[in-house]
Design a protein around this ligand. Structure first.
Ligand code: C2O
Ligand code: CU
Ligand code: CU
Length: 502
């Protein structure tokens, strides 16, 4: 154990000295010859059960990759529902390790939300039952077991949960072939074709970055689209990588929605940062680029540490003949009532700079090697370092403990939550469950809100030096939920806490 301690101290000291770019990795570029796959739609009318299981898929030429999926493929089937629809499904865990499902962005009872300690053991089942009663939006689902979320999402567990409503339908946005949903994820591969996920301590510090960019599970795919307006609904389902999305021809696009549905009006931009957990809903007009290839790419940005170093292509849009599909960008999209800061009854501060871990507070490391819950099935190495990796990140100087209620809030109360990364050197996408929020302001760093941040949100990116205030009115669903960083290595290494709605 002492060897471990010294080693870890050493690594923290080195961390402060070395340029974090040293583990930046070069991104591979594919041939953009694979058509963009789309997970099949979940047939809610005729399906009563689904499972998480191990399966094999072809991602790299001539190789098979062992993955996890919620069906016979990587990822999961796409749920498409209308507001008011009911979910009543028996979920079976056919994996070798405990798992559960978190419905990211849904406002549902605590028992259905995938609390980290509420897991379904291998071979067991759990009934997910809830009513979808919230605005249209691009939501998603993924596992959330304590300490195993990063690994299971990396292995392929994630899916779309798209909610439609009348307000959105009335806009007659591009649909059918012109509405394209995709999730962007980065991966590393072993020689045999399997995913390579065995983060070093340094990679747990920064978050794990892959060198292959997958879209809906395909490496650098292409999609044939009309030379007209298209709607792109994008999830950043990567463990840690932030993308600065832009088109290779530099063209504008209109952001029409974010995490929890439509903005009040379109925001026209030519690039946008999307961090892990966040969603973006955009309309892009390809009518001027008929018969051309346009790439969706990520451009370099100043993200501190290892992030944002490169510009790289993500996927190709093969634009067809000019289509006669007239569409005018609506000037207003949705009515969003602003929550007044004066209505907040409490402000809570969350220090996410992790100063206590990087600085003098090494005592926060719990040296408990007896912690079995988090080791179950983990392939992160059984060398007793697991628990220390767990507490390499913190919120308010405290690492995650499933048994502790860190904050208690009142159902229906309005509060301001302040995330403070002003002394931090890493970026953190902060997310909490079971409630949507509005962002009031960002100070430090970029010093302003960006286009996607003006509607309802459930995840917000803080670059180093930034402080963000969000406001929310807590739901009526009493029980335990979590607040965490959606950099999944950070989450699994302690950057999460529990709040209970009472
Ligand atoms: Cu998508 Cu608690 O996370
Ligand atoms: Cu969530
Ligand atoms: Cu983080």
């Amino acid at each position: 154990m002492f060897g471990g301690t010294v080693w870890l101290l050493q690594s923290c000291i080195e961390q402060n000295k070395t340029d974090m770019t040293t583990n930046g990795i070069k991104i591979m570029e594919g041939d953009f010859q694979t058509p963009l796959p789309s997970p099949p739609a979940f047939d809610l009318k005729n399906t009563t059960a689904f499972e998480a299981k191990q399966t094999q898929v072809a991602i790299l030429k001539g190789k098979k990759t062992n993955v996890y999926g919620y069906y016979d493929g990587m990822l999961g089937k796409t749920f498409v529902l209308n507001k008011g629809d009911v979910i009543n499904l028996k979920f079976t865990n056919s994996l070798q390790q405990a798992t559960n499902i978190h419905w990211h962005g849904l406002i549902i009872p605590s028992e259905m939300d995938g609390f980290p300690a509420a897991v379904t053991e291998p071979g067991s089942s759990f009934e997910y039952r809830f009513t979808v009663n919230q605005r249209a939006g691009t939501y998603w689902y993924h596992p959330h077991p304590d300490g195993l979320t990063a690994e299971q999402v990396m292995q392929g567990l994630a899916g779309f949960f798209i909610v439609r409503d009348e307000e959105e339908a009335a806009l007659k946005l591009p649909n059918d072939d012109s509405e394209i949903a995709f999730v962007i994820q980065d991966r590393r591969f072993k020689g045999n074709g399997d995913f390579d996920y065995n983060p070093t301590n340094e990679e747990v510090m920064t978050g794990f970055l892959g060198d292959y960019i997958l879209v809906n599970g395909a490496f650098n795919p292409y999609k044939t689209v009309k030379a007209a307006w298209n709607r792109l609904r994008i999830i950043n389902g990567s463990n840690a990588r932030v993308y600065n999305l832009a088109f290779s021809n530099g063209q504008n696009f209109a952001v029409i929605g974010s995490d929890a549905g439509l903005l009040t009006s379109p925001e026209t931009v030519n690039n946008i940062l999307v961090s892990p957990g966040e969603r973006i809903d955009m309309l892009v007009d390809f009518s001027d680029v008929a018969n051309k290839d346009i790439f969706l790419q990520s451009e370099s940005f100043d993200g501190g540490g290892v992030q944002g170093k490169d510009t790289f292509k993500i996927m190709k849009f093969a634009i067809g003949e000019k289509a006669n599909e007239p569409f005018t960008l609506p000037t207003t999209l949705s009515a969003i009532e602003k929550i007044k800061p004066s209505s907040a009854t409490k402000t809570r501060m969350f220090d996410i700079s992790n100063a206590s871990v990087h600085g003098g507070g090494m005592m926060n490391m719990k040296m408990d090697t007896e912690d079995t819950t988090r080791k179950t099935g983990s392939n992160m190495g059984e060398n007793g370092m697991n628990k220390m990796k767990m507490d390499m990140h913190s919120i308010n100087g405290v690492g995650y403990d499933a048994a502790v209620i860190n904050e208690t809030v009142t159902a229906g109360a309005t509060e301001i939550w302040e995330f403070d990364n002003s002394k931090g050197s890493e970026l953190h996408p902060m997310h909490f469950h079971g409630n949507h929020f509005q962002i009031i302001e960002r100070t430090g760093g970029r010093g302003k809100l960006i286009a996607t941040e003006k509607g309802w949100k459930d995840t917000v990116l803080l670059l180093p030096g930034e402080k963000v205030n969000v406001i929310t009115t807590f739901s009526q669903f009493k029980g335990k939920y979590v607040l965490h960083c959606h950099n999944l290595e950070h989450e699994d290494s302690g950057m999460m806490l529990n709040f209970e709605i009472v």
